[in-house]
Design a protein around this ligand. Structure first.
Ligand code: C2E
Ligand code: CA
Ligand code: CA
Ligand code: CA
Length: 275
């Protein structure tokens, strides 16, 4: 009677234990990483296609693990979200990005990604306003990127938070546009300052007519609604020509530059001013 369903379940236990344990270890390491200052922001340029100038940089989080080296955000963001660590970490991200951007030329903006968990936290607006005050960064140089998942619960609270952020003078960009369930209806709930076209469409645009059509439609939509449209993940000249023809106003991707530490970025800016 022991070798029944229960026996089968036991068979899976060691795996689940191992998974849980490595997750716990990761959590412990992430807590330490925050106090030890193992996080860094890399910056990737966003290019204004009208004048081919850098309009700003997107801050992208990196973790320098003492043994594993550089760990990409996809490996730890879900854990910091589940554990609530994203709240203190997110505050650090906003402060750090504002502090660093305050040292850049005044026409260069900074974009910061917000997790839906941060967004639901009551103290977000206060955190942003504190970071602006501490750094002295002009609010209109800060752009907050949110994904459609933030708006899944299309509640009054969500829209009210967006309006409070906007009242601080910061701009709001919709990230990964086109990948959600009802992208268009979100545009009715809240007026965004910018649409970022998800890189999956840009990647496949040269082979797939439907992806190209989506990129063109979003660019047209942005133009009609008076919203700049950024094509993400531009890697080749061919893609650049296509998004330009489609009418996207801005571009971001490896073709223009990979995310780099803040120090390297200062060189990028200096080099640009000499060309
Ligand atoms: P995302 O916000 O959509 O960021 C764009 C991602 O695409 C970045 O990956 C960037 O390095 C990558 N990328 C940029 N250009 C190209 C390209 O031409 N080709 C390809 N293949 N990839 C390109 P990364 O830095 O690994 O970040 C992944 C995701 O992790 C981000 O997606 C964002 O959702 C999240 N993330 C990163 N930093 C933060 C942060 O500070 N806070 C929060 N909440 N999430 C973050
Ligand atoms: Ca983003
Ligand atoms: Ca994106
Ligand atoms: Ca994404």
């Amino acid at each position: 009677a022991k070798a029944d369903g229960r026996g089968t379940f036991r068979f899976f236990e060691p795996d689940m234990d191992a998974q849980l344990q490595s997750r716990r270890a990761l959590e412990v390491n992430l807590r330490k990483a925050i106090t030890n200052g193992e996080f860094e922001l890399f910056y990737q340029p966003q290019i204004n296609l009208k004048d081919n100038e850098i309009g700003g940089f997107e801050a992208l989080l990196r973790w320098h693990h003492p043994e594993r080296g550089l760990v990409p955000p996809s490996e730890f963001i879900p854990v910091v979200e589940d554990t609530g660590l994203i709240i203190p970490l997110g505050d650090w991200i906003i402060e750090q990005a504002c502090k660093e951007a305050a040292g850049w030329p005044r026409n260069i903006n900074v974009a910061v990604n917000l997790s839906p968990v941060q967004f639901r936290n009551r103290s977000l607006v206060q955190s942003v306003s504190r970071a602006l005050a501490l750094s002295g960064l002009a609010p209109n140089r800060l752009e907050l990127e949110i994904t459609e998942s933030v708006l899944l619960q299309d509640t009054d609270a969500t829209v009210s938070t967006l309006h409070q952020l906007r009242r601080l003078g910061v701009r709001i960009a919709m990230d990964d546009f086109g990948t959600g369930y009802s992208s268009l209806s979100y545009l009715r709930s809240f007026p965004f300052d910018k649409l970022k076209i998800d890189q999956s469409f840009v990647r496949e645009m040269s082979q797939r007519a439907d992806c190209l059509a989506i990129v063109q439609s979003v660019a047209n939509l942005g133009a009609s609604l008076g919203m700049p449209t950024v094509a993400e993940g531009v890697e080749t000249e061919e893609q650049l020509l296509q998004i330009q023809a489609a009418g996207c106003t801005d571009a971001q991707g490896y073709y223009f530059g990979r995310p780099k530490p803040a120090q390297d970025m200062v060189h990028t800016l200096a080099a640009l001013r000499h060309t």
